[in-house]
Design a binder for this molecule. Structure first.
Ligand code: CA
Length: 231
């Protein structure tokens, strides 16, 4: 059973997460503060840490830095504010990820499995019927080769298409506005227009269709809002 360290000070959130993860066959250690979490990690090795950013004694980012002094444990951050997301992204996460509150416990469980799979952990349990996980299973990001696979086939993406799909893939189900996609995938967002995003999405869809003919579109258009990866 993979062991998950959960550091979250809000009992209601922690309870639902412990329940969801235990149901999905993870062994969960729950800590209410950063120092409690670090102590628990020192006592027992864990396969993954879920760290709330806003903790009473230190930030989840501080906890992560401490953990990283002695281990390469993958981390999933829980964040309540978009301003925190910028700080998380500033860490230039490798195999790590973040989720913005409010989230569904199922989403977290799916994300944990995906991270463990990416980390190549033999401990990752086989996926159950969770829809979010199926999306992640259809698309696989090879971080070192900087390529995205779909059903095992490498997608022949341009650099911008790759970055765009990566943004969507990081947060299945979340709707990104065209502006957000521009910000994430272009170094100079001012130089391009919303239309550019639409054209690139169209091209990515075409490339996905080559690999999965007849299948439903993985990239959903939310009229008037933007795009999301199907959940
Ligand atoms: Ca908190």
């Amino acid at each position: 059973m993979p062991r998950v360290l959960l550091v979250e000070d809000e009992p209601a959130i922690a309870d639902t997460l412990v329940y969801a993860l235990t149901t999905e066959c993870f062994e969960v250690t729950h800590a209410l503060t950063g120092s409690e979490g670090l102590a628990a990690f020192g006592e027992n090795p864990h396969d993954l840490a879920i760290l709330d950013i806003g903790l009473p004694d230190m930030t989840g980012l501080d906890v992560c830095r401490k953990l990283r002094e002695t281990s390469n444990i993958p981390v999933l951050f829980l964040t309540a504010r978009d301003s925190e997301v910028d700080r998380i992204l500033g860490l230039e996460l490798g195999g790590d990820d973040y989720v913005t509150k409010p989230f569904s416990p199922r989403e977290i469980a799916a994300r944990v499995r995906a991270i463990l799979r990416r980390a190549g952990s033999a401990a990752a349990p086989v996926a159950t019927e969770v829809a979010a996980d199926e999306v992640v299973a259809v698309l696989h990001h090879d971080t070192s080769a900087m390529r995205i696979h779909c059903h095992g086939s490498v997608l022949d993406l341009t650099a911008h298409e790759y970055k765009l799909l990566l943004v969507l893939l990081a947060r299945p189900g979340r709707v990104f506005t065209r502006d957000q996609l521009l910000d994430h995938a272009w170094e100079d967002p001012g130089a391009v227009t919303d239309r550019t995003i639409d054209a690139h999405i169209k091209s990515i869809r075409a490339k996905l269709r080559l690999v999965r003919p007849g299948a439903e579109d993985l990239i959903q258009t939310r009229r008037g809002l933007g795009y999301s990866l199907a959940l």
